[in-house]
Design a protein around this ligand. Structure first.
Ligand code: ZN
Length: 117
């Protein structure tokens, strides 16, 4: 059987212009997002100093949609995952309080994929 996971691709950041804007390898400008729509919910994005959560604008099939500008993909998680870094999101920030998009590498290792914290 085909494994759908093996076909997933990620956008690649070419230019990291600032802590709020960047450009992907295939020329899409991306910017810091405060919220993303996900699964019929509005979910707050983690606020990092050096990097930001964005949504891949290419519309390409099999591209992971939610990304961090460090190159990692982003994931929607509950408070347990980020309790070292922030307080739980409120109803004003996320449709499901507690949920937040975080950088997967940062959540796993404490640093972004480029080593910044
Ligand atoms: Zn990151």
């Amino acid at each position: 059987m085909d494994n759908p996971i093996k076909d997933i691709r990620f956008s690649v950041i070419r230019k990291h212009n600032s802590a709020n804007e960047a450009e992907t390898l295939d020329g899409y400008k991306v910017k810091r997002e405060k919220f993303l729509f996900f699964d019929d919910r509005l979910v707050h994005c983690a606020e990092y100093d050096s990097h930001f959560i964005y949504e891949d604008p290419s519309g390409k099939v099999n591209r992971w949609l939610q990304m961090c500008s460090c190159g990692s993909h982003a994931v929607c998680v509950g408070y347990n995952v980020y309790k070292k870094d922030a307080s739980p999101t409120t109803r004003a920030e996320s449709t499901a309080p507690g949920e937040m998009f975080v950088c997967w590498v940062h959540a796993t290792t404490g640093r972004h994929a480029d080593g910044s914290s």
